[in-house]
Design a protein around this ligand. Structure first.
Ligand code: NAG
Ligand code: NAG
Length: 755
């Protein structure tokens, strides 16, 4: 207000503001008006001298007192007080320039000193000189920045300005940034003279090395002493995915036993990522895994634990080389190699393959004949795959290895189909693992037949009996021969070996059924002619060449009681009377005569016994049962008739028995004439008897003649036949038609004969 006043008056005199008194006197006012100026620093203590007004206005102290000099001011605050007793102005109130004027310069306040009687008005202006009593001040205590580590160089970040209430030199003059590697400070001046600052990125940030930066911005003023204020700048470096995961090994090596169960731990891969948060969150996986390996192993996405997922089979893969990949969530990856060696386990039994088998094998195959070739392998490796192979020892077959993995089955003796027609050969293959695995296979080898056995008759020789007078076709005997060979080689046929018995071929006596060996009679036998037949039977098999064997057979013809006894003595001469004469004086037991009889049968059938069948006097004679002797059994008496007639029956012992009866005449007489007279009744039969005798003789002669004739006829026929046969053989040897004879020699009988 004071300044306004004197600007209005237009005659202000400016003095250089200073601590010293500046005064100014107006001279153009119709009342005493003067103007004085003082200049004092702010913040003086109360009572500090501002100026000596009495002196500067040229007033003495009495006038001041008399004029009741006082300060008038429109403002409520009165910074100055007039000490009238000393004529000085002192500070009555603390003067803060900043409060009084803010940033207006220069800063002053004015008031009037008024005097009465006469009225005098003096304007006093007090200029307040700034004192550096204020610090530069930042509004915030702390400035936070979040800057990506990928922020480009030259990026600028504005900072808030500080302010200093002081003015001019005492006001804010400069900013200083604490020393750091990354930011530089840039200051700009506004047209109004204010400054603003920013920090500019000078070097790339790296969250991984310096995640946080603490800077300090200092603002300084130009006062003396200099004052400063500061603010902390916290820079948080934001992560960018600028780091790929890093495996801690370039190669991981591990091993796993084959057939390890699912979940078996193998190894753990590990990787780190310098980035933080999701940029540093690593996920593991297999990279470029072969199709068929995908189901075998798994890697845990987060922990990197590699474990068995499926079937680890050494026989398929002995070694796995897998790339493991680590991926952060920003998509950066890196890989490492994982080598897994599979440890073999003996999990494969040997495999036996039959390559060839020659079955059946002939029983005459030479020892050393190969009958089968086997291929035996084991999928395991090392000792687990080493195979030993053997077969049961108690068969005549051996196993030999030829090429590796190949085995031959070889006979080591002659085989005999008849003792063993087939072999079940069990081939056992064992590997050397622990525990060892074994497999086996059984081959069935058949032995084929060779005709190496001749037929063998069940008996060393045969004998059979046939009763005479048998019917034709009578079954005599059944011979049987066995042949150990098989099928055709064992089919036995039976033949009679040609021979002649009593001039007739054997075939005219008996025949044999070639199929079943049944021997039958082809004629009726007469024991009295042939008592026994000796023949040879041949059994021949159907092999090629055939084998045969002979057996001898005796057929014994059994006697039948087919002949009655024949009485030889006493001769029964028809009409003639033959009488035994017994003296009447003969003793008891006198041998009268003996009946002699024969029986052409034999044995029991020819065993004769004699019995008295009829007698004139049964009490007089007896017949010896065995010997046919007729003896007296008592003394002949005179009373006994001369003529005694006995009938003796001769009986054989056959079943049924046959008998003959003979009449014996006995004359009991002491002399022959007596006998004659007694036997005259016999003689008148004599003529008749003579005739009978004659006829008998005649008949005998005729029969004898016929007999001789027929004998001669038979002999000549036989002789003729014999000569013809001889002629045939002789001429046959010389004839050129032998081949035909040989062709016909194909029948077995002829063959034998030819050999
Ligand atoms: C061989 O085996 C077969 C079938 O198992 C059996 O029928 C036959 O009797 C056996 N042979 C021998 C000689 O053991
Ligand atoms: C069987 O007998 C016939 C005739 O005597 C003879 O030729 C043949 O060699 C004999 N065979 C045997 C196997 O003894």
């Amino acid at each position: 207000m004071a300044i306004q006043n004197f600007v209005r008056n237009g005659c202000a005199l400016f003095l250089r503001p200073q601590w010293q008194v500046v005064f100014f006197i107006s001279c153009c006012l119709h009342f005493a008006v003067s103007q004085i100026r003082y200049s004092i620093p702010e913040e003086l203590t109360k009572g500090s001298l501002i100026g000596n007004v009495a002196q500067d206005l040229g007033l003495d102290l009495k006038r001041l007192r008399a004029g009741r000099a006082r300060i008038v001011t429109g403002d409520s605050t009165q910074y100055a007080e007039l000490k009238t007793d000393k004529g000085i102005l002192v500070v009555s109130e603390r003067i803060d320039r900043e409060k009084l004027c803010g940033d207006i310069t220069p800063c002053s306040f004015s008031f009037e000193i008024i005097l009465e009687n006469p009225i005098e008005l003096h304007q006093v202006t007090v200029e307040i000189i700034d004192v550096n009593d204020n610090y530069p001040v930042f509004e915030k205590k702390k400035i936070n920045f979040e800057i990506s580590e990928l922020a480009s160089l030259g990026s600028s970040f504005a900072l808030e300005s500080a302010f200093d209430l002081d003015v001019e030199l005492n006001s804010l003059q400069n900013y200083i940034l604490t020393k750091n590697d990354f930011f530089v400070l840039k200051q700009y001046s506004n047209p109004d003279g204010s400054r603003f600052v920013e920090i500019v990125l000078d070097k790339a940030l790296d969250r991984e090395t310096h995640p946080h930066l603490s800077l300090k911005l200092i603002a300084v003023d130009g006062g003396n002493p200099q004052r400063s204020g500061s603010v902390n700048i916290d820079v948080t470096v934001l992560d960018a995915n600028d780091n790929a995961p890093q495996f801690n090994q370039t190669v991981y090596r591990a091993s796993v036993i084959e057939n390890a169960p699912k979940g078996t731990y193998i190894t753990t891969v590990n990787a780190t990522d310098a980035d933080s948060g999701s940029n540093g969150h690593i996920m593991f996986s297999f990279a470029d895994l072969k199709e068929h390996w995908r189901d075998i192993f798994s890697v845990h996405e987060n922990t990197g634990l590699v474990s068995v997922l499926g079937n680890v089979d050494f026989e398929k893969d002995k070694r796995f080389e897998i790339r493991v990949r680590a991926t952060d969530q920003g998509g950066l990856t890196s890989t490492s190699k994982l080598v897994i060696e599979v440890v073999d386990v003996n999990d494969n039994a040997p495999i036996i393959n039959l390559m060839s088998l020659s079955s059946p094998v002939s029983e005459d195959a030479l020892p050393g004949t190969t009958i089968a070739v086997l291929n035996i392998k084991d999928l395991d490796s090392g000792t687990n795959g080493q195979v030993t192979c053997f077969i049961d020892r108690n068969i005549p077959i051996n196993i030999k290895t030829s090429l590796s993995n190949y085995y031959n089955l070889i006979t080591d003796a002659f085989l005999d189909r008849e003792t063993q027609s087939e072999y079940n050969i069990t081939v056992i293959a064992t590997d050397s693992g622990s525990p060892a695995l074994t497999s086996s296979t059984t081959l069935r080898l058949k032995v084929s037949d060779v005709n190496d056995n001749e037929p063998v008759f069940e008996q060393k020789s045969y004998s059979a009996y046939i009763p005479e007078n048998n019917p034709l076709g009578f079954s005599i005997c059944n011979v049987k021969a066995r042949d150990l060979d098989w099928s055709q080689n064992s089919r036995v046929s039976y033949f009679l070996i040609d021979a002649h018995i009593v001039g007739a071929p054997i075939s005219s006596y008996v025949s044999i059924n070639s199929e079943n060996g049944l021997l039958q009679a082809v004629r009726s036998f007469d024991y009295e002619q042939i008592k026994q037949l000796n023949l040879v039977i041949k059994a021949q098999d159907g092999g090629s060449p055939p084998l045969s064997s002979n057996v001898s057979m005796t057929i014994i013809i059994q006697d039948q009681n087919d002949n009655a006894p024949q009485v030889l003595y006493p001769v029964q001469s028809g009409g003639s009377v033959v009488a035994e004469i017994v003296s009447r004086s003969a003793d008891v037991g006198y041998l009268v005569t003996k009946v002699v009889a024969v029986d052409v049968d034999s044995g029991q059938n020819a065993w004769l016994s004699y019995k008295l069948q009829k007698a004139t006097d049964r009490a007089l004679f007896e017949v010896g049962l065995q010997n046919g002797e007729i003896r007296t059994v008592r003394q002949v008496t005179d009373k006994d008739a001369v003529k005694q007639r006995l009938a003796v029956v001769v009986e054989d012992n056959g079943q049924p028995s046959r008998s003959a009866t003979v009449n014996v005449n006995v004359a009991l007489a002491d002399s022959f004439p007596e006998v004659l007279s007694e036997f005259t009744d016999f003689t008148h039969d004599k003529e008749y008897n003579d005739n009978l005798t004659f006829y008998l003789v005649l008949a005998l002669a005729v029969v004898s003649f016929l007999f001789i004739v027929s004998i001669i006829a038979i002999l000549s026929v036989k002789c003729y036949r014999w000569r013809r046969e001889r002629m045939f053989y002789k001429s046959g040897a010389n004839l050129p038609v032998i081949p035909i004879a040989r062709v016909s020699a194909l029948t077995p009988v002829n063959q034998v004969r030819a050999s």
